[in-house]
Design a protein around this ligand. Structure first.
Ligand SMILES: NCc1[nH]cc(CCC(=O)O)c1CC(=O)O
Ligand SMILES: [Mg+2]
Length: 358
């Protein structure tokens, strides 16, 4: 084929659509055939997103009103009463599970995060209330100390260092009170070494043999958690300890590492994780793909707060089509191998899928 070079300022005036010769490239392979009609596109579609793929993370707070999360338009911190009602709505939309994240009153936060071990803390009370009202929905609770510590770290801090083994001992206590409150899935998001084994052992010993563990196995030290930290009040801005930077890079993973994610997942599976997670989602689709390919176990992606904020923020500015970007971002997780996705969009997606089904 001859390619004609046309400089930007010299368009060939004699070339018009209606004067182009009838061309035939003589192709036998034309991938566009399968795309020409909606029925055909449906027929050749490789993966599908259904409500079965959704876990809805919700933020909790004390009191009897809800407060918007400023960096996550459309998301609020719910009081328990609202959370129960929203769990009912989620169940009615066929969303399999919700994940609970508390905003802890600053007066209840301390150096050791002791409110985490209070069997009457916000998460435990919400778990009991939701279980009583909506027994059919799965409840996932987060194990990590950051909503409870004055310094905002996920573990125990000694001389400015988040110490591993003591942190694990604390996380075990937290997991036990959550399981006792009725949590179905314990989800350690702390990234301490050895916590899955310790939690599994303690759950079994305490009579919670059937409580599942979803390990945040490959969790990266990410800027995309920013809005979440505001929502649960654990951002660096709220830290009072001068020793702290709010930086979690000594326990969360380096965004440059992919092989390391496979080693982390292997360890958590050996230690007894029933499901594993990659987090954040969209910037780590390669990691998700590799994890699923390597282990073929139930694998989840967390579309985190910053990802939600980017899509929803741009949509509210009118810069992108929010619904389409939402659906496209979620089908990408499925294509990469996710069995499910934690997403703040869950109820909206479920609603949209229901409307599409007619
Ligand atoms: N261990 C806490 C935790 N659990 C889930 C998220 C982030 C979720 C989100 O950004 O949506 C975080 C934040 C963090 O590690 O700092
Ligand atoms: Mg690990």
């Amino acid at each position: 084929m001859v390619s004609r070079v046309v400089t930007p300022f010299e368009r060939r005036k004699d070339v018009h659509l209606d004067t182009l010769p009838a061309a035939d490239l003589g192709l036998t392979k034309r991938p566009r055939r399968n795309r020409r009609a909606e029925w055909s596109r449906r027929l050749v579609r490789e993966v599908e997103l259904t409500t079965n793929d959704l876990i809805w993370p919700v933020f909790l707070m004390e009191g009897n009103q809800d407060i918007d999360v400023s960096a996550m338009p459309g998301v609020s911190r719910m009081c328990i009463e609202t959370a129960v009602r929203e769990a009912e709505r989620a169940a009615a939309l066929d969303i399999p599970a919700i994940a609970l994240f508390p905003y802890t009153d600053p007066v209840l936060r301390d150096e050791a995060g002791t409110e985490a071990f209070n069997s009457r803390n916000l998460v435990c009370r919400a778990t009991r209330a939701i279980k009583a009202a909506v027994p059919e929905i799965g409840i996932v609770t987060d194990v990590a100390l950051d909503p409870y510590t004055s310094h905002g770290h996920d573990g125990v801090l000694r001389d400015g260092v988040v110490v591993n083994d003591e942190s694990v001992a604390a996380l075990v206590e937290q997991a036990i009170v959550q399981a006792a409150a009725g949590a179905d899935v314990i989800a350690p998001s702390d990234m301490m070494d050895g916590r899955v084994a310790a939690i599994r052992e303690a759950l079994d010993r305490e009579g919670f043999r059937d409580v599942q563990i979803m390990a945040y196995a490959a969790k990266y030290a990410s800027a995309f958690y920013g809005p979440f930290r505001d929502a649960v009040g654990s951002s660096a801005a709220l830290n009072t300890s001068p020793a702290l930077t709010g930086d979690k890079r000594t326990y969360q993973m380096d965004p440059a590492n992919g092989d390391e994610a496979l080693r982390e997942v292997a360890l958590d599976l050996e230690e007894g994780a029933d499901m594993v997670m990659v987090k954040p989602g969209m910037p780590y689709l390669d990691v998700l793909y590799r994890v699923k390919e390597a282990f073929r176990v139930p694998t989840f992606a967390y579309q985190v707060s910053g990802e939600y904020a980017m899509i929803e923020g741009a949509a509210r500015q009118g810069w992108i089509d929010g619904d389409r970007a939402m659906m496209e971002s979620l089908i990408a997780f499925k294509r990469a191998g996710a069995d499910g996705v934690l997403t703040y969009f869950a109820p909206r997606v479920a609603q949209l899928l229901r409307e599409q089904r007619g």
